[in-house]
Design a protein. Structure first.
Length: 478
């Protein structure tokens, strides 16, 4: 492996007298980013734990040819530290693929390549422990440290050893989990019924293709990619496909350059400064920023459908927006019946199918069980959600002097950028600056041409421009 810094040996097991500065729970892209950035901070003692035996990123959706929706510069570290040895370009260099990538001229890389890059980092970066299940977290007020109890797992996910680590601060990167709508949960949980979430699509693709008729529910990027992949693999005239979505249309993702500025630190700070009711009202109106379909995929679907009309007739594929599934059940041994309602016509109908793929998104994993011992000290908003401050910290009782940082669990406080890979490195830098108490990573003062919001105390009309003092103070707020 080529690096700009020599590899660092893993730190010795921590004790209460020599604890870790930061212990991470979960090793998905965001905590992997945090660990990679922490590697370059001299003297910082970190460790990260993951229950799975190795890093995997959405393996069920690594469909051939599918690409990331962010540019390759949104890797684990570049937007905070482009000199890091853990950049995507250094990965290509290490794999002797830099020139082929140069000539490929790909700004958006394949999902499978992003997964391979992250696995490369996870296999070389010190301080990562896989096959470790975190059992509990608690605050020790006498030592002013977090105690983290874990079980080390064998190849069968059985506990073979127990242990405890001590840390001044924690970083939770628990990720998200597939969301199955309530009407479809009984079928999704039933054995032998082909109703599955798109997260498991590739594992069951052969089974799905054997079905006479397949229904895809959900019109985000995942739904579009699954529908396109099925369409391409079904014979012309006998496609047997139905695509349903609650949204009013199969709509494109917002990908204009100014629109994308809502995925900047500037917008994150603006959103965090809004009151809770305003944030809750704003998020649903931004759905096309993260629930739409990219233009290339929409075009590919239409092209595939159009090509199947060249010999006359229309493909056996039905695309119906504005529809929700009210209830679902099994009819006989091989038929699934969906009871559907049109949101705008207020009409109801029944749809018979033989397999269902639920591209119904993901939900943030709850921290209640893991943080049960901290519950009395955890502050919540009016809807019962954990409060998260501008430095990514859960708001805890002041008696707890350590911090619990969260990643991809704060959309209600930080906005649409919370799950976006493009903000991973910046957020990791914010966390590490807070952990170290210094500017370990210089952060940009301004990241968008758009000025989000007005400051009534400093805003005035001067020389044809709105005076905005935000830029001077943005560093202090990060």
């Amino acid at each position: 492996m080529s690096t700009t810094r020599p590899p660092q040996p893993a730190p010795p097991a921590p004790t209460a007298d020599e604890p870790y500065d930061l212990a991470g729970i979960g090793i998905g892209p965001f905590n992997l980013s945090l660990a990679a950035l922490a590697y370059g901070v001299p003297g910082l003692r970190t460790a990260f734990y993951e229950q799975r035996p190795a890093f995997r990123w959405h393996p069920g959706l690594l469909i051939e040819g599918s690409t990331l929706q962010v540019p390759f510069l949104a890797d684990l570290v570049t937007l905070a530290d482009p000199t890091s040895p853990w950049t995507f370009l250094n990965y290509l260099h290490d794999q002797d693929r830099l020139f082929p990538f140069y000539f490929a001229e790909r700004f958006h890389v394949r999902r499978a390549e992003y997964d391979a890059y992250c696995r490369w980092v996870s296999e070389h970066l010190p301080g990562l422990s896989f096959s470790h299940h975190i059992d509990s977290v608690r605050w020790n007020p006498d030592r002013e440290l977090f105690e983290v109890d874990f079980a080390q797992l064998d190849a069968n996910a059985e506990a073979v050893a127990l242990g405890r680590v001590y840390a001044r601060h924690l970083a939770l990167g628990l990720g998200t989990e597939p969301h199955v709508p309530e009407p479809l949960r009984p079928l999704a949980d039933a054995h032998g019924v082909p109703v599955l979430h798109s997260a498991h699509y590739l594992d069951h693709r052969a089974e799905l293709l054997a079905a006479d008729h397949i229904t895809v529910v959900g019109s985000g990027q995942s739904g579009a990619e699954v529908f396109l992949d099925l369409l391409r693999r079904r014979p012309a005239g006998r496609e047997g496909l139905h695509w349903l979505t609650r949204t009013a249309a199969f709509a494109p993702m917002e990908y204009s350059k100014l629109g994308l500025e809502q995925f900047t630190p500037d917008h994150t700070r603006y959103f965090h400064g809004l009151d809770e009711p305003t944030r809750d009202a704003l998020l649903p109106r931004q759905w096309q920023l993260y629930k739409g379909i990219d233009q290339e995929t929409i075009g590919a679907i239409h092209d595939e459908l159009y090509d199947r009309t060249l010999d006359g007739g229309w493909p056996d594929a039905v695309l119906t927006p504005g529809v929700r599934v009210r209830t679902a059940g099994r009819v006989g041994t091989s038929t699934i019946e969906l009871h559907v309602e049109h949101e705008y016509q207020h009409t109801r109908s029944r749809l018979s199918t033989h397999a269902v793929v639920l591209a119904t998104g993901y939900r943030e994993r709850a921290t209640d069980t893991l943080l049960a011992d901290l519950e009395p000290q955890l502050r919540r908003d009016g809807s019962g959600r954990p409060l998260v401050d501008e430095k990514q910290r859960l708001v805890l009782d002041p008696a707890i002097t350590g911090s619990v940082y969260v990643q991809n669990a704060e959309r209600h406080t930080h906005g649409v950028g919370a799950p976006d890979l493009g903000l991973a490195a910046w957020r990791g830098a914010v966390i590490l600056n807070s952990v170290t108490g210094r500017m370990a990573f210089p952060l940009p003062r301004r990241t968008a041409f758009t000025t989000f919001g007005l400051d009534p105390t400093t805003c005035g009309h001067r020389g044809g421009k709105l005076s905005d003092q935000r830029d001077r103070h943005s560093v202090a707020r990060t």
